[in-house]
Design a protein around this ligand. Structure first.
Ligand code: SAM
Length: 292
């Protein structure tokens, strides 16, 4: 018998409703609250995240602690960051009270200094992020982790299915865009699970998927100016039906139409090319030419 055998796991409708009723909790749409009620799915996410007793895990948005419980049982240490003040007593006094390896922080993840937590709790070594994300801020959360250079081993997250697709695809598909390029610059994405709406309470209106982003520990590209690369990418997709020449010259003040036209020509690309046709390697080459 493990110490955890007497703990009431939440990942089913009965136990979830019991906790919600005990605290008179009402779901807040503005926080993207859809709680997992399927034990299989919760266990699969933690397994796919590869969490072991060596790991420090950051969970974003623990809700009532459904996945946090399983994370605590598998990780060395867990920090769970939850914005909704009403959920804090549920987590601290009730659902997580038996675990001594978890810290609950009542904060907005977008305002938190995650690097400081990694430094204090994991000596600055790479952490694992595992989360069933609030869908309204999926992109800023992921980009925040990458752009602030948080020491990361991997990010395993539940997102809207179409957002997971967008992170994985390459040029020539309708979903390809700035998010695909940014994610693929920093990490190797892999969709590991499709999750139907019936696994959540309340049911979301969209399909969901779990995607794992394995962070590259050494840079895969030699980039002269990272900021320029990302500004170029963003500007290219601002008006995705326009040619790159038009859309970049509208969106980026420090790149002239002439310089861009010359750079495209030296890469053997037509002047009419659109951003959606370029691979990440080509964006890197283009930004390096413009950085000269
Ligand atoms: N992890 C729980 C589960 O799987 O059942 C809850 C997932 S629910 C989709 C998203 C959670 O993120 C909610 O608990 C919500 O209150 C929280 N949340 C929303 N915005 C947040 C933010 N900016 N910072 C931290 N937590 C946030």
């Amino acid at each position: 018998m493990t110490d955890y055998d007497n703990i009431m796991h939440l990942a089913n409708p009965t136990n979830t409703i019991a906790v919600l009723n005990r605290y008179g909790f009402n779901f807040q749409k503005k926080f993207g609250q859809n709680f997992l009620i399927d034990e299989n799915i919760v266990e699969k996410i933690v397994r796919e995240a590869g969490v072991t007793k060596d790991d420090f895990v950051l969970e974003i948005g623990p809700g009532i602690g459904t996945m946090t419980q399983i994370l605590c049982e598998n990780a060395r240490e867990v920090v769970a960051v939850e914005i909704d003040t009403k959920l804090i007593p549920i987590l601290k006094e009730d659902t997580l009270r038996y675990y001594d390896n978890v810290t609950v922080i009542n904060e907005d993840i977008l305002k938190l200094d995650i690097n400081k937590i990694v430094e204090e709790k994991n000596n600055g070594k790479p952490i694992k992020v595992v989360a069933n994300l609030p869908y309204y801020i999926t992109t800023p959360i992921i980009m925040g982790l990458f752009e602030n250079h948080v020491a990361l081993d991997s990010i395993t997250i539940m997102v809207q299915k179409e957002v997971a697709d967008r992170m994985q695809v390459g040029p020539g598909t309708k979903d390809y865009g700035a998010l695909s390029l940014a994610v693929q610059y920093y990490a190797k994405p892999e969709i590991v699970l499709n999750v139907p709406a019936s696994c959540f309470m309340p049911r979301p209106n969209v399909d969901s998927a779990v995607i794992r982003l394995n962070r590259y520990q050494t840079p895969t590209y030699d980039v002269k100016n990272e900021k320029l690369l990302f500004n170029l990418i963003k500007a290219s997709f601002l008006q995705r039906r326009k040619t790159m020449l038009n859309s970049v010259s509208n969106g980026l003040s420090n790149v002239t139409k002439e310089d861009l036209a010359n750079a495209l020509e030296s890469m053997g690309l037509p002047k009419t090319v659109r951003g959606e046709a370029l691979t990440l390697e080509q964006f890197v080459e283009l930004s390096n030419l413009l950085a000269k």
